[in-house]
Design a protein around this ligand. Structure first.
Ligand SMILES: Cc1cc2nc3c(=O)[nH]c(=O)nc-3n(C[C@H](O)[C@H](O)[C@H](O)COP(=O)(O)OP(=O)(O)OC[C@H]3O[C@@H](n4cnc5c(N)ncnc54)[C@H](O)[C@@H]3O)c2cc1C
Length: 483
């Protein structure tokens, strides 16, 4: 039995804690914030309630595996609902496309081009799932060896850009735009991100788009409960100031309020950039990890608007995406010339769930637009957040969803707020981006160069988003091993 400290109670930290506690280890989770969940935040006021982070669950099997492995089925504790339709898209030329929630429906609605693309994406998924997403990749050499050894990997050529792959299959500009959007699921630019990200629409459309009734924040609460049931000690308001290292191995952590928690194993769920940038001592033997992190492009962030609305919007889907005329300008504004996007894609999540509204004649909207990180843009500049929220409402109005006279109250979350709430440097949602042929495959490894120190979560391998973060926990629990 090892003494394990987990830094951070995001989904990745909690899932690792549950697995390791179930495996017989003595686990303590130290979370800096007052609540568990990290980016899976929750705001509730006057009967209006909102998830402030994720709004979409994909690949639910990964979550089911977590609950099964730690003591009982997910369906005993959470109510997962498959959405149909999955998402309603509105394009700048007025075209509307409502994507069904089943694979057969998707193939029928989006037509033969998309269907042929999906077949290719399924093939990429088949050859990348096990070696990349479910295994602890260790750097460029492993990647090169895998590429050389696998004829399958070469056949599907996941190294070309997502944009290029789309151009091979899709002539309809709407479908091309739709595909581009999937690069943003990892905070990346479709012109630079690898074709391997074609697996994202495949997974979403083949295995469905899901919602947790009552709100997605119920997921980390349930995982925290599971970890506690298996004996883990989950402490909130307990920031860690330093990971202690002696002779190349970790010996525990120092708390910000003073005191040391000794450990044989430390699992860091805090952002990898924070771990290598400030939590580890300067002299820790992690020079190469620091250098490759510094060379990577951080992922984009998001600007969130929570809208408490009176009245109901006719025919509103659970997820609605309103595209701009010039999608490339959005990626330029995030990565090339960072600035608040003047004409962004706007995403609205409006769950039809009584738990999120005070009465039947009201709605609670989570509105998200892509945004460059805090740093390149000073999101704390006086007046910026409020003025930009007005801009986003005006964009919504121009695209046919004018709710300005229905707003009871609103709350704004900028990339700077995300950084403060979760410690994600610059408010990057997914750690490093997947921009570049190999970037998606070369994220910070789960096993750090410091013995006994592991990284879990969206800023490490295999990546961000709820399913990958949960897989990350499975990989780390496997690396630590049973008691
Ligand atoms: C606006 C938004 C929308 C998103 N939409 C989706 C979506 O629809 N679907 C999807 O799958 N994913 C989505 N994501 C991504 C998803 O939320 C993340 O990938 C995932 O929740 C990250 O989990 P994590 O465990 O890696 O880390 P985090 O949730 O970042 O948790 C890390 C935890 O560590 C804590 N911590 C940091 N430093 C310290 C320290 N020094 N001491 C103690 N604790 C510390 C933090 O407070 C935090 O609780 C979205 C994210 C955001 C922000």
């Amino acid at each position: 039995m090892a003494r394990v400290v987990v830094i951070g109670a995001g989904l990745g930290g909690l899932a690792t804690a549950a697995r390791l506690a179930a495996g017989g280890h003595r686990v303590t989770v130290l979370e800096q914030g007052p609540e568990v969940g990290g980016k899976l935040g929750w705001v509730s006021r006057d009967g209006h309630a909102f998830d402030t982070g994720p709004s979409l669950v994909t690949l639910p099997q990964v979550l089911r595996d977590l609950f099964d492995a730690t003591g009982g089925p997910l369906d005993d504790v959470l109510d997962l609902e498959r959405l149909d339709p999955a998402v309603a898209y509105r394009f700048a030329d007025g075209t509307r496309l409502t994507v069904p929630g089943t694979l057969e429906g998707v193939r029928e609605t989006l037509g033969p081009e998309w269907s042929a693309f999906l077949d290719r994406a399924a093939e990429i998924w088949r050859v990348t799932e096990q070696p990349f997403l479910r295994s602890p990749l260790r750097g460029a050499r492993t990647l090169a060896r895998l590429a050389r050894s696998s004829a399958d990997v070469r056949t599907v050529a996941p190294w070309a850009s997502l944009r290029k792959l789309g151009a091979q299959y899709l002539t309809d500009p709407h479908l091309r735009t739709l595909l581009d959007r999937y690069a943003t699921y990892s905070g990346s630019d479709p012109r630079q991100a690898p074709a391997a990200l074609a697996t994202v629409p495949w997974v979403e459309q083949a295995y469905g788009s899901w919602y947790v009734r009552g709100g997605l924040h119920r997921l980390p609460l349930a995982v925290a409960d599971r970890a506690r049931e298996r004996g883990a000690d989950v402490r909130t308001s307990s920031p860690v100031a330093e990971v202690l290292v002696e002779g190349g191995r970790t010996t525990g952590v120092r708390l910000a309020e003073g005191g040391v928690v000794p450990a044989d194993v430390v699992v860091c769920n805090a952002d990898a950039a924070a771990l290598y940038g400030s939590l580890l001592p300067r002299e820790a033997p992690v020079r190469r990890a620091r250098t490759s992190l510094a060379a990577a492009t951080p992922s984009s962030s998001g600007f969130v608007l929570l809208l408490a609305l009176s009245g109901r919007t006719p025919d509103l889907a659970h997820h609605t995406v309103l595209f701009p005329d010039d999608y490339d300008a959005e990626f330029d504004g995030m990565f090339t010339d960072p600035r608040p996007l003047p004409d962004p894609t706007v995403y609205v999540s409006a769950p039809d769930d009584p738990a999120t509204r005070p009465d039947a004649d009201s709605e609670s909207w989570f509105v998200l637009v892509n945004a460059p990180r805090h740093g390149p843009v000073d999101w704390d500049a006086p007046g910026l957040a409020d003025a930009y929220a007005d801009d986003v409402l005006a964009v919504l109005a121009r695209r046919g969803l004018d709710v300005r006279d229905r707003v009871r109250w609103r709350e704004v979350r900028t990339p700077a707020d995300l950084e403060r709430a979760t410690g994600s440097v610059g408010g990057s949602i997914y750690g490093t981006s997947s921009n570049g042929a190999t970037a998606a495959f070369l994220r910070p490894a789960n096993a750090s160069p410091v013995r006994g120190l592991y990284l879990v979560g969206g800023s490490s391998h295999p990546g961000g988003g709820l399913p990958l973060v949960t897989l990350s926990a499975e990989i780390v629990a496997g690396l630590v091993g049973p008691a």
